[in-house]
Design a protein around this ligand. Structure first.
Ligand code: UGA
Length: 429
């Protein structure tokens, strides 16, 4: 099939590359400077396997990039909208890019097209999309709108796209359903066919449920700490009940990234506008905010005074396998430490470049954990990168000023760390 994907961010690039690999002809669309970067430099983001996949599909001629929406609309049967929907200051989603793209698509419509929203959008965006497409499509060309929310995670995006747990098809016409079944059927996942509003709600309801699970286990962690229990064992005991499930029960410093914080805030706003006070989600947000403060309090308890202490921070990305630092709990932790007068020595396998733009000269960036640990009074693990799971403890101890480890993601074995001569502080254990 001929497809257009408008917006070459994380979701857009993964969608483009995966559809191309599945044999479709894909035109990726973005602003001129982004297209130049994509063609001549790099993808502008780190996602395992994606750069190679995009380059291979470009070389084989199934994937091209352009800044011309007109060209893409003309050539493609199905048009995916994958532009960003960042937060407004009040937490609501800024859908102006979706509206702008809808106008442009409408102006270029010459024959039937299916327009699919894949960006995370407030419920009823589909209706606005339809209205905009109708108003600006002065030739009265036929079209359909659909909602196919994306559930991929950064860091495992290709696998998530190609092997999803389910594909939600929010449609309003048999024609749209047929086209989407043809596209997504080969993935072999259960297809959940719904109306557009339900599809839109499924996306927010899913992300907010996962955020709720994380805040729930983080609260259990605080309780476990008070009574001397171990949250990791509790999570296992709870999660093996298949009705609950083991995933997203990893206690730590809370969720971050470009999705959960934004989507929880947006869903609270959407439901407020509908006259519902979603107190449960407000609490989820509040608990999450508190996790960063709790971690810094632990460092303070271990060192008594933070002023002029050297603190090694391991991990800057909001999670492993990405260089994304948007709403990263780690950045928040670093800022809190710096505000307390600590001298932070931070490291990350791939996110230093992005972190430097936010943190500037307030911290010293180091090549690896051992350089960060030199002269440190505490080593704080904030992102659960694999390489932080088997640190050479003897080597760390030899270079640190005093042997204190605060493990914000419970990646180390407390007994092993203590046996190596460290004071160990985890989350809820
Ligand atoms: C999330 C969802 O998992 C995807 O399904 C969704 O498509 C995506 O948002 C989106 O809306 O675009 P993502 O933000 O890439 O994906 O990352 P997650 O793996 O969900 O992690 C989010 C945050 O939760 C990270 O900071 C992670 O460290 C934290 N987390 C995750 C925990 O603290 N504990 C856990 O048990 C799991």
């Amino acid at each position: 099939m001929d497809l257009a994907v408008i917006g070459a961010g994380h979701v857009g690039l993964v969608t483009s590359a995966c559809f191309a690999q599945m044999g479709h002809r894909v035109i990726g669309v973005d602003k001129e400077h982004k297209v130049t970067q994509l063609r001549e430099v790099d993808l502008g983001l780190y996602e395992p396997g994606l750069e190679e996949m995009v380059r291979r599909q470009q070389k084989e001629g199934r994937l091209i990039f352009t800044s011309s929406i007109g060209e893409a609309v003309k050539a493609s049967q199905v048009i995916f909208i994958t532009v960003g929907t960042p937060s407004n200051p009040d937490g609501s989603a800024d859908v102006s890019s979706v509206e702008e793209v809808a106008q442009l698509i409408a102006r270029h419509l010459e024959e039937y097209r299916l327009i699919v929203e894949k960006s995370t959008v407030p419920v009823r965006t589909g209706e606005w999309l339809k209205r905009t497409l109708r108003l600006y499509n002065t030739r009265g060309v036929e079209f359909d709108v659909a909602s196919v929310p994306e559930f991929l995670r950064e860091g495992s995006a290709i696998k998530d796209f190609l092997h999803p747990d389910r594909v939600v098809l929010g449609v309003e016409s048999p024609r749209a359903e047929r086209l989407l079944r043809e596209l997504f059927g080969p993935l072999g996942a259960p297809l959940v066919v719904t109306d557009i509003r339900s599809a839109e709600l499924i996306k927010h309801a899913s992300n907010c449920f996962l955020a709720m699970k994380i805040s729930y286990i983080n609260t259990i962690a605080s309780i476990a700490e008070k009574v001397g229990a171990d949250v990791d064992l509790i999570a296992r005991g709870v999660g093996l009940d298949h009705r609950i499930g083991q995933e997203f029960l990893q206690a730590g410093i809370g969720y971050g990234g470009s999705c959960f914080p934004k989507d929880v805030a947006a869903f609270i706003r959407i439901t407020e506008e509908l006259g519902y006070d979603f107190r449960l989600l407000k609490e989820v947000e509040e608990i999450n905010r508190g996790q960063r403060l709790r971690l810094v309090r632990k460092v303070k308890e271990a060192l008594w005074v933070l002023r002029n202490k050297e603190v090694a921070v391991l991990g800057l990305a909001f999670k492993p396998n990405t260089d994304d630092i948007r709403d990263s709990p780690s950045i928040g932790v670093v800022q809190l430490l710096v505000a307390e007068g600590a001298r932070v020595r931070a490291t990350d396998p791939v996110a230093i470049k992005n972190a430097r733009q936010v943190l500037g000269e307030s911290v010293r960036f180091c090549q690896d954990p051992y350089e960060a640990a030199e002269g440190a009074h505490a080593l704080v693990i904030v992102t659960d990168w694999d390489e932080y799971k088997d640190l050479d403890l003897a080597r760390l101890k030899a270079v640190m000023a005093i042997p204190v480890i605060v493990d914000g993601r419970n990646v180390l074995e407390p007994q092993v760390v203590r046996a190596a001569g460290f004071e160990y502080y985890g989350v809820g254990r």
